[in-house]
Design a protein around this ligand. Sequence first.
Ligand code: LLP
Length: 418
Amino acid sequence: MLDSNYFHYTGTDLSCDDVRLEELAGIYGTPLFVTSARSLIESYQTFEDAFKALSHFTCYSVKANYNLSVIRTLAELGCGCDVNSGGELYRALQAGVSPEKIIFAGVGKNAEEISYALESGVLMLKAESLSELRAIDRIAGELGKTASVAIRINPNVTAETHPYITTGDSKEKFGIDEAELPVVFSLLSRLPNIRLVGLDMHIGSQIFDPEYFVAATVKLLALFEASKELGFSIEFLDIGGGFPVTYDPLKPATPIEHFAEKLIPMLQPFGVKVIFEPGRYLVANASILLTRILYKKSNHTGKQFFVVDAGMTELIRPALYQSHHEIQAVTFHDETVMADVVGPVCESSDFFARQREISAAEEGELLAVMSAGAYAAVMGSNYNGRLRPAEVLVNGSQVKLVRKRETLEQLIQNELSC
Ligand code: LLP
């Protein structure tokens, strides 16, 4: 069982803070994302405490969970935002984040997005290619603005994680190759509408070993020194996100303090402001996906299936990355059974667990798919004509509906009859 102060049994009932999940399902239906505001706050404070000795600025990577209320909860604590598209920038601004606390990333920003970011007055755009630098310079010139830019480098450090979420390797599309940096510096001195304010990296996600951060930071610092010699005065070093969380109690995440112990002494002497972009760390364990068991069935091999009303359309991580999510019965049962927990979507990859020892819950009962705060709702889809679920935010005994369940009408609202 995943230990959490925020999702816990009160007697035999699983609750979020002071609210029973059964009650929430009764009011809002299922599938339902339930987020604990207190968990968000605690994760942010733990992160900030770990790095308090370092002059830094934390920008929540909103791609992990861009619900406005999640962004707002973190922003109210002083957190900035890392956005990856015009859509995410719009969300961050709508959530009330001030533009000078927003940094804009993305390997393929289009002209519209670059203009939007410049006109909004974001703290910086992170450029990932020579061509993009030229585009930013041109657009800034047209708008009569000077663009504050950070260069994202590809440090060629292959962090051990799922291959789909490693980004700091030369095989991948991200960042500018180290070898190209001299050309970048020389180009920058000829681009009148760009001011170089930072160097940036992001080596991947769910990285357990701090040594990968250390290896990449060594490279970032060497480039920082090189840039100083060339006369650039860089204000920010952006270390990216990628800090791990526990999905499986048998594989506990490295505590954030271990990353801080390694990184603070390396970065502090340089007297530059450090930016962190945690996504998953702040939100993954703040939410669960509440789902109801529709049917139970077994086959001639003795295999059992729990067919639930949520699926890969709400949480695609098991299908895409074979990732583990704990599953807890909302009403506690002593007995367990070995079963697959599967969704209603027409894909064999539509499962939450395979051959897992699951609480012996009955048809009609509720299950909680744990750690569903990061890369869950945001990666959702309407595949199979499914409606995006409702989302609620719990704080103590208070419950707020923060996203309404989609309707059938909304499914077709943008289509035109011809
Ligand atoms: N900064 C940049 C530039 C990123 O690309 C990402 C994540 C982050 C920060 C935040 O990384 P985090 O702290 O959350 O690890 N869908 C995958 C994860 C994809 C991560 C993409 N980039 C998953 O479900 O595991």
